[in-house]
Design a protein around this ligand. Structure first.
Ligand code: BJW
Length: 229
């Protein structure tokens, strides 16, 4: 990676697939049998709170049974050893990057293991089930906590930090994401406009594959360690 100093890595559900967490789209995906708008919007939470909370209870329970895979471990090693700038931007709400040891990272779509209070905005760690039985640690209200997840129509987290990192980057790498959800799906075009190198690592070509300088196809558990080497 000669002449590369600052790297932005975007990850999606595909990097956690080999750990045993389902991706969203396609056969066997998390949304098979669910309409997205029944789960993943603020309106769905208001309309059918029990269904939405149960969906995230199940996801938290699944997360407790899995571990980081070779893809997460390789990115954590990149984080430790890369002397230049690095930001791992994950769309994933699992905590497998952190558990592998990555530090220079952020969760743009929120975190399964966090909850926030719709009354006072207080955030707290939440690893269990039955969110509605839990009191807010900030204001003490009951039944005002919701999963700390960015639903459709809500603003993803840390947009300014992501834009700044992309603006300073020499290389943008996208791993295991279908390119179906904005604004993350637009980062490759943002990178191309800025004239920087772009690389995609994915099992199948994503919706935005055309925009990447290079696409390598295969499982993240093999492609990511090979790229980091
Ligand atoms: C492997 C693999 C292996 C498998 N190895 N690879 C019309 C046009 C443009 C935009 C919009 C529009 N209408 C509405 C919008 C905006 C909307 C949007 O994008 N909608 C689209 C459906 C069109 N976006 C939003 O609402 C966002 N907010 C927003 O835009 O705010 C306004 C704004 C922002 C910025 C500037 C100005 C205004 C919010 C989006 C929130 C998304 N939230 C979710 C749910 C999180 C909670 C949860 O986990 O339950 O985030 S949706 C879901 O999709 C989740 C994911 O993070 C996200 C992306 O999915 P991902 O990770 O790509 O997974 P998959 O399943 O799609 O793909 C898996 C990939 O892995 C595949 O490619 C496989 O090939 C690959 N793979 N195994 C390597 N072993």
């Amino acid at each position: 990676m000669t002449d590369i100093r600052n790297i932005v890595v975007l990850t999606g559900a595909g990097i956690s697939a080999e750990s045993g967490l389902n991706t969203f789209r396609g056969p066997g995906g998390l949304w098979e049998g669910h309409r997205v708008e029944d789960i993943c919007t603020p309106e769905a939470l208001a309309r059918n709170r029990a269904l939405v909370l149960d969906f995230y209870d199940q996801r938290r329970a699944a997360l407790a049974t899995v571990a980081p895979n070779a893809g997460h471990v390789a990115l954590a090693r990149l984080d430790r050893e890369w002397q230049g700038g690095l930001l791992i931007v994950t769309q994933n709400v699992d905590d497998l990057h952190e558990r592998a040891g990555a530090e220079r990272m952020l969760h743009m779509h929120g975190e399964l293991m966090s909850a926030f209070c719709e009354h006072c905005g207080h955030r707290q760690r939440f690893g269990g089930a039955m969110l509605d039985g839990t009191r807010c640690g900030g204001c003490g209200a009951a039944d005002t906590l919701r999963p700390d997840i960015v639903f459709f129509g809500e603003m993803p987290y840390e947009m300014d930090r992501i834009d700044a990192a992309l603006g300073a980057a020499d290389l943008f790498v996208s791993i295991g994401t279908s390119g179906a959800v904005y604004p993350a799906a637009g980062y490759v075009q943002q990178a191309r406009h800025a004239g920087i190198e772009t690389l995609e690592l994915n099992l199948e070509p994503s919706a935005g594959s055309y925009f990447f300088h290079e696409t390598r196809l295969g499982p993240a558990g093999e492609l990511v360690p090979a790229w980091v080497e």
